[in-house]
Design a protein around this ligand. Structure first.
Ligand code: C2O
Ligand code: CU
Ligand code: CU
Length: 422
């Protein structure tokens, strides 16, 4: 806290202008600036007071995606802040270190507000005393990367059209941390990247251009049970992953970039290593199974059925109604949710299912154990058409929380329900 100030951070949703293309600017939204927002940090076990202000011409909310807070300050559609209004919220990090994020959640305009630029990262930092030797120097060897895709019109103006993109806006231009064609200079042999799929709808599959492996160390809610060596990694909208890339073995002439599964370059690295020792941090192995036999055997107590496309999306046959409580669950009591993505005549589509106020564990996908990179805490899970995914869900705090599809246009179309935790 600065002297004379009764909060640690101030986050202002405001209008701005961004020059995505040289010499042409377009209207955008940002937090404290023209586009996106500052990275907020809370140390594991600590709390911060955040002053949130809405300087837009329309109502908005501030949702802390992945943070286990009371329903009251979760920034769901009930938490609307009118233009000109402010509020102070206390965010407590009573959960493991993780890469979380924040964005608006206003009923009917979430997709458009995010599209225009409202998103930021919210990091829970490891305690300084923690034994992890993971890279932690923010902006040096610990880099946040927000992946999004956008549509522009012929005049290079951001072009949001909900009716044309009712199944989720798929942009033709990729932006990373708000920049088209970014490039990153790498100075440390081992780099930690925090990847956030901040797109309205698109799935991203990441690979390295030389086909090499990298190491996934964390999922949405913190470190994985065990690090996973992999050649590719898919994130659905709103999912996060932390990865380590070892640059020390590259020869001088070799170039490296992060590419997508179509081979399109997302982020080229400009490697100019300083003389830091090229030793990889020590990795960990789980000493207990990810799920106990008891957890695996727990019976299903909540059924969720995702269905439909475009404006016809529903959960359990219903559309969102702010005045209806769909489910109830007792605070601190663990239940098993079975999420079924019911196919339609066309086959159906992927829905990334997200629950507020909790970090859950995936028990199974169609009866099979989750992949190693899903053996960690999660708040969003990609559910393929026809698939049934079982989740182990506990809410540590009370209040009303949303659960929904994180294709933002589906959410705005009512593919959302609410649970009261009592
Ligand atoms: Cu990213 Cu309802 O949230
Ligand atoms: Cu959320
Ligand atoms: Cu959906």
């Amino acid at each position: 806290k600065q002297q004379g100030q009764d909060y640690d951070y101030e986050v202002i949703a405001q209008k701005g202008n961004t020059e995505f293309f040289d010499g042409v600017s377009t209207d955008t939204y940002g937090y404290n600036g023209d586009l996106l927002g500052p990275t907020l940090k809370i140390e594991e076990g600590e709390s911060v007071d955040v002053k949130i202000t809405n300087n837009l011409d329309e109502p908005t909310t501030f949702h802390w995606h992945g943070l286990e807070v009371r329903g009251e300050i979760d920034g769901g559609p009930h938490g609307g802040i009118q233009p000109g209004d402010s509020q102070i919220v206390t965010l407590e990090a009573d959960q493991p270190a993780a890469t979380l994020w924040y964005h608006p959640h206003i009923d009917g305009s979430t997709a458009e507000q995010v599209f225009k630029g409202l998103s930021g990262m919210l990091l829970i930092d490891e305690k300084p005393s923690s034994a992890s030797q993971l890279p932690t120097e923010y902006g040096v060897d610990d880099i946040p990367l927000i992946f999004q895709d956008r549509l522009f019109d012929d005049n290079k103006q951001l072009n949001y059209n909900k009716l044309m993109n009712d199944d989720g806006t798929l942009g033709t231009v990729s932006i990373i941390n708000g920049t088209i064609h970014p490039k990153l200079t790498v100075t440390k042999p081992v780099m930690r990247f925090r990847l956030l799929n901040g797109a309205n709808a698109r799935n991203y599959t990441f690979r390295l251009s030389n086909g090499d492996r990298f190491t996934q160390i964390a999922s949405d809610g913190g470190l994985l049970d065990e690090p996973v060596e992999t050649k590719s990694l898919t994130l659905a909208a709103s999912e996060r992953a932390e990865i380590l890339i070892d640059f020390s073995k590259l020869t001088d002439e070799e170039s490296l970039s992060l590419i997508n599964d179509e081979g399109i370059e997302l982020l080229p690295f400009d490697v100019a290593l300083d003389d830091s020792p090229a030793s990889s941090p020590e990795m960990w192995t789980a000493d207990e199974p990810f799920l106990t036999a008891q957890e695996k055997a727990r019976p299903v107590s909540k059924d969720i059925e995702l269905f439909g496309m475009m404006d016809m999306v529903t959960i359990n046959g219903k559309k969102f109604d702010p005045n209806r409580i769909d489910l109830r669950q007792e605070q601190g009591v663990t239940e098993v949710w079975e999420v079924y993505n019911k196919p339609d005549m066309m086959g159906g589509m992927i829905h990334p299912f997200h629950i507020h106020g909790t970090q859950f564990k995936i028990i199974s996908r169609d009866g099979k154990e989750p992949e190693p990179n899903e053996q960690g805490l999660k708040d969003s899970v990609l559910v393929n058409p026809g698939e049934k995914v079982k989740l182990l869900v506990t809410f540590p705090e009370e209040g009303i929380f949303m659960f929904h599809c994180h294709i933002l246009e589906h959410e705005d179309n009512g593919m959302m329900g609410q649970i009261e935790v009592f």
